[in-house]
Design a protein around this ligand. Structure first.
Ligand code: ADP
Ligand code: MG
Length: 238
């Protein structure tokens, strides 16, 4: 069974259709990258999986539950955004603990989960700092820490590296992959960067204008692109 099943999902904002019956199955533990030009509907699709956007038609299932009408907090997902969305007046430690405290998690469990995330992400030296006292890469790690502490079934990333410089982007790519190899959490990762898609994905979903052009492993898309769009998009450096 797919861990995340997106079946004939469509989205319209008013009369404007931005997604047309999109279907994607994501297996347990898989790292799937949604890639495509700006405006093709990647974020909208991800936000529907997260519950931040309503679904106009079709179904989204996580595990064995259809989640179309569940609020984000009940979906067992954690999302990492492009702008990190850290709380400026909370320390690194407090940023990571906050979502758990809101859910009235046992303080001992909160402490243990924060410690584990800090260990995994090398954040121990920064626990008492505030976001403004961190570098871009460190902030990105805190944003990932906030996702990890929740032990979700699914991680959702929306262009998490686009605010970082080129060198750091490459480094964080590796870190996110290592994190995935360690935790094996099912992941949907959105990017418009084909190099990121090619180097990170188990499976790539190439989108254009609210439709899926092709789904496949990175080398499959490279060797056997379904059409000129995929060939051009996957073949060209960003
Ligand atoms: P991507 O993430 O691939 O760049 P988006 O999912 O953000 O694309 O946007 C897909 C399309 O939907 C774009 O044309 C965008 O302008 C439109 N769109 C996104 N959010 C809204 C909204 N809240 N209201 C109206 N149109 C939207
Ligand atoms: Mg987007």
């Amino acid at each position: 069974m797919a861990q995340v099943a997106i079946s004939k999902v469509a989205k319209a904002f008013g009369t404007v259709k931005v997604l047309h019956e999109v279907s994607v199955d994501i297996a347990d533990g898989q790292f799937v990258v949604l890639v495509g030009p700006s405006g093709c509907g990647k974020s909208t699709l991800l936000r529907m999986v997260a519950g931040l956007e309503t679904v106009s038609a079709g179904t989204i299932a996580i595990g064995d539950r259809v989640v179309n009408h569940l609020p984000p907090a009940k979906r067992d997902i954690a999302m990492v955004f492009q702008n990190y969305a850290l709380y400026p007046h909370k320390t690194v430690e407090q940023n990571m603990a906050f979502a758990l405290k809101l859910r009235k998690t046992d303080p001992a469990v909160v402490a243990e989960r924060v410690k584990r995330a800090a260990d995994i992400l090398d954040l121990n030296p920064y626990l008492k700092r505030y976001p403004r006292q961190l570098s871009g890469g460190q902030r990105q790690r805190v944003a990932m820490g906030r996702a990890i502490v929740r032990n979700p079934q699914v991680f959702l990333f929306d262009e998490p590296l686009s605010n970082l410089d080129a060198k750091l982007r490459v480094q964080m790519r590796t870190e996110i992959k290592e994190l995935h190899q360690r935790l094996k959490t099912t992941t949907i990762y959105v990017t418009h960067d084909q190099i990121e898609a090619m180097t990170m994905a188990d499976k790539i979903v190439v989108m254009r204008d609210g439709r899926i052009e092709q789904v496949g492993a990175p080398l499959e898309l490279f060797d056997r692109p379904a059409n000129l769009f995929v060939a051009g998009f996957i073949g060209s450096p960003s």
